[in-house]
Write a protein that binds this ligand. Structure first.
Ligand code: ATP
Ligand code: MG
Length: 601
C-alpha cells in the first residue's frame, strides 16, 4: 500500500536543503573563510578537532556582527551582501545567498561570538538544529569567532559519508591553501587536534605565498605569467609535471574556482610543452567584469557560468603560452660532458635542474620536452631533430642522455636513438636495449587509462563536445559499447539516431582527433562485438584497441624529445616489457652476448 503524502517538518526541510551547501567539514571551512574575507579580515585562524567532525572553529579580525544582527546571521535567506535582484548581476562578495550559516545550523551546533569596532563587548549566540538560543555577552577581541560542533550528528546518513579524520583534514587544508593563494596579504593558520598544520603570515606577496603553499623547492621553478587581458599569476616550468590536476589552482575575481573552463585553459596553454596526460602546476587568477559571469548557478558556488567562455579560455591559454614562449623554457636535459656538443635541437645541459619532491604529489618528469604522438602534426622541430640524427656522420653524433624514470629499470641514464623509424635503441650500462616504439607507447597508454580509471579521473572534457555521424554498422557497435567506452574515459552519448556526441577523451589522447579515434575504435571492435564477447572481455579489448589507436606507429619518425619522453614513460610504466596484447615490446642484448657473437669471448 502506498504511503500518504505529508508535508515535511521544517527541520527536515532545512536539513535536506543544507545538504546542498554543506557536504563535509571542508565545505564548512570554505563558507566560514569566505565570510571572514568578505568581512575584510587580515587574519583567519582555523582549528579542527577530530577531522572537523567534532569541532570547526574559525576566528577572524574582521568587521564583526552587531548584537541585534546575530539572530539574522543564522536565519536562512538572510544576508548583508545582497539587496535586490539587479545586484545579482554584479556580485563582488564571495557570499550572497545568506544560506551558509543557516545550513550549518540545520545540521550542527553553531556558536557565533562577535564584536564590532564600535562595541566594548562581544556577544554570543548559539543555534542548534535550527533553534536559536538568545545572545549573551562574552570576552573577545574585535572580530568574529564561529564554532561549528558535531557536524551531522543529527543526520547520520550524511555523517556516514565522511572519510577518515586525516582525509577530511587534508580537504580542509586544500581549501585553506587555495584561499591563502587568492589572498596573500591575509594571514592564515590551521591546527588539527592542537597540532599546527598550516601557518601563513599576513602581508605576503603572491610569490612568497606560493612558495609557502607549494613548497620552497618550487620557488625557483616558478615563472610569473606575462600579464594580459586580466590573467595573472605564476606557473611552474613545464618540466614540473604531475599525475593529477591538484597542482592547478584557478581563481576568478579572487574566488577559488576549480572550474573546467579555467582548468582546461591552463592545460591547453601548456599543450606541446608537456606529455599529454600529465598536468602542470600553476596558480592562475583571472579578473573579469562581474557582469561577465553568473556565480549564482551552483549551490556550493563551485561553478559559475560565463557569458563568453571561449573568450575566458582563450585569454588564459594565450597568457600561459606567451609566458612559456617568452621564457623559451623548453626542456633542459641533463647530459654528460661527452655529449654536450650534440645537435642544436637537443637542449643544453643545465646542472641546476635536479629532481625534487614537492610537499604533495611528486614531480614526474624532469623534462618539459615536446611529445609528438600519433596523429599530431609533425612540426619543424621534429623534422630537424630527425634530420640531424640521420644525416650527421654517426661517429660524431651521439644521442642525448636521458634520466630514466626509475633507476634500476634501465640504469641511471641511457642514450637513445631511433632506427628504421620504428625502433628505439638504448645504450645501457650492461648492454643494448631495442624497443618497439609502437608496442611500448601502446603499453604506456594502456596503463595510463587503467590507472586513470582507478583514480576516477579517466577523461579530459572537450571544450566543445563533438558530434560524429556514424554509418549503421558503426552505430550498432557504438550503442553496444558506449557505456564501456565512457568508463574508459572516452565519454560519448547518443545524440540522435546515427550520431554520437563525444564529450571527453581519455588523458593521454589529446593529440588525436576525437571523431577519428571513435570511428577507428568502433571498426576494430566490430568482430569482437559480433562474436558476442562477454562484457569483461569486451572491455579489455576496448582498452587494448584504444591504446593501440592512439599510440605512435611504426614508420613514424620521432623527435629526440619524443624519444626521450617515451623512454622516461617506460621508466614509470609498471610492465613495459610487453605490449597490451602480451607480445614483447623490447629485447635486450648484453655486451657479453655481443662479444660472444663476435667470437671475442
Ligand atoms: N565572519 C563574519 N564577519 C562578519 N559578518 C559575518 C561573518 N560571517 C557571517 N557574517 C554575516 O552573516 C551573514 C550571513 O552569513 P552567511 O554565510 O550565512 O551568508 P552570506 O555570506 O551572506 O551568503 P552565502 O550563503 O552565499 O555565504 C552575512 O551576510 C554577514 O553579514
Ligand atoms: Mg557566507
Amino acid at each position: 500500500m502506498s504511503r500518504k503524502i505529508q508535508q515535511l517538518p521544517q527541520l527536515l526541510i532545512d536539513q535536506i536543503a543544507a545538504g546542498e551547501v554543506i557536504e563535509r567539514p571542508a565545505s564548512v571551512v570554505k563558507e566560514l573563510i569566505e565570510n571572514c574575507l568578505d568581512a575584510g579580515s587580515t587574519r583567519i585562524d582555523v582549528d579542527l578537532e577530530e577531522g572537523g567532525k567534532r569541532l570547526i572553529q574559525v576566528v577572524d579580525d574582521g568587521q564583526g556582527i552587531e548584537e541585534d544582527q546575530l539572530p539574522l546571521a543564522l536565519a536562512s535567506h538572510a544576508t548583508s551582501k545582497l539587496r535586490e535582484a539587479e545586484e545579482l548581476d554584479r556580485i563582488l562578495t564571495l557570499g550572497f545567498r545568506g544560506e551558509a550559516l543557516s545550513s550549518m545550523c540545520a545540521v550542527a551546533t553553531v556558536e557565533i561570538a562577535s564584536r564590532t569596532a564600535a562595541s566594548d563587548v562581544a556577544h554570543r549566540i548559539v543555534g542548534r538544529h535550527g533553534q536559536v538560543e538568545l545572545s549573551s555577552p562574552v570576552a573577545l577581541r574585535h572580530g568574529t569567532r564561529i564554532r561549528v560542533e558535531d557536524l551531522f550528528s543529527s543526520v547520520p546518513a550524511r555523517r556516514k559519508f565522511l572519510k577518515s579524520n586525516s582525509a577530511e583534514v587534508a580537504r580542509c587544508s586544500a581549501v585553506i591553501k587555495a584561499a591563502a593563494m587568492a589572498h596573500p596579504t591575509v594571514g592564515f593558520s590551521l591546527t588539527h587536534d592542537g597540532r599546527t598544520i598550516l601557518k601563513y603570515p599576513a602581508d605576503q606577496s603572491l610569490p612568497q605565498r606560493i612558495a609557502e603553499v607549494l613548497g620552497e623547492d618550487l620557488q625557483d621553478r616558478m615563472l610569473p605569467i606575462v600579464e594580459s587581458e586580466g590573467v595573472s599569476g605564476w606557473i611552474a616550468r613545464p618540466d614540473v609535471q604531475r599525475r593529477n590536476s591538484d597542482g592547478i589552482w584557478t581563481f576568478l575575481n579572487g574566488r577559488t574556482l576549480k572550474d573546467s573552463v579555467l582548468q582546461h585553459g591552463v592545460r591547453e596553454g601548456f599543450k606541446g610543452y608537456q606529455i599529454p596526460g600529465f598536468f602542470p602546476v600553476a596558480v592562475v587568477g583571472v579578473e573579469v567584469d562581474p557582469g561577465e559571469v553568473d556565480v549564482n548557478v551552483h549551490p556550493s558556488k563551485l561553478e559559475v557560468r560565463f557569458r563568453n567562455r571561449e573568450s575566458i579560455h582563450r585569454r588564459i591559454r594565450r597568457a600561459i603560452r606567451a609566458t612559456l614562449e617568452q621564457e623559451g623554457s623548453v626542456p633542459k636535459l641533463q647530459m654528460d660532458a661527452a655529449v654536450s656538443t650534440v645537435s642544436e635541437t637537443v637542449a643544453v645541459a643545465d646542472a641546476s635542474i635536479q629532481p625534487t619532491k614537492m610537499d604533495h604529489g611528486e614531480i614526474l618528469s624532469e623534462s618539459g620536452s615536446k611529445w609528438r604522438g600519433a596523429g599530431q602534426d609533425s612540426d619543424h622541430g621534429l623534422h630537424e631533430a630527425v634530420a640531424t640524427i640521420s644525416t650527421s656522420p654517426t661517429a660524431r653524433v651521439e644521442p642525448a642522455t636521458v634520466e630514466a624514470g626509475e633507476p634500476g629499470l634501465v640504469g641511471e641514464s641511457v642514450r637513445v636513438f631511433q632506427v628504421n623509424d620504428a625502433f628505439l635503441i638504448l645504450e645501457e650500462e650492461e648492454g643494448l636495449r631495442v624497443i618497439d616504439q609502437h608496442a611500448l607507447h601502446e603499453k604506456v597508454l594502456y596503463e595510463e587509462i587503467l590507472e586513470n580509471r582507478e583514480q576516477g579521473g579517466a577523461s579530459q572534457g572537450l571544450l566543445v563536445p563533438e558530434t560524429v555521424p556514424l554509418d549503421p554498422r558503426a552505430w550498432a557497435i557504438f550503442v553496444e559499447t558506449r557505456e564501456s567506452l565512457s568508463e574508459l574515459g572516452l565519454e560519448a552519448e547518443e545524440f540522435g539516431e546515427g550520431v554520437a556526441l563525444i564529450r571527453a577523451i581519455p588523458h593521454g589522447f589529446e593529440g588525436r582527433a576525437p571523431a577519428n579515434l571513435l570511428r577507428d575504435i568502433l571498426s576494430l571492435m566490430e568482430p569482437v562485438v559480433s562474436a558476442g564477447a562477454p562484457l569483461p572481455d569486451l572491455k579489455e579489448r576496448l582498452l587494448q584497441t584504444m591504446a593501440c589507436k592512439a599510440a605512435v606507429k611504426a614508420g613514424q619518425p620521432l623527435s629526440q624529445e619524443a624519444m626521450e619522453d617515451l623512454v622516461r614513460a617506460r621508466g614509470r610504466a609498471f610492465q613495459p616489457e610487453n605490449c597490451p596484447h602480451g607480445r614483447p615490446s623490447e629485447l635486450f642484448i648484453s655486451w657479453l652476448e655481443l662479444q660472444r657473437r663476435f667470437d671475442r669471448k
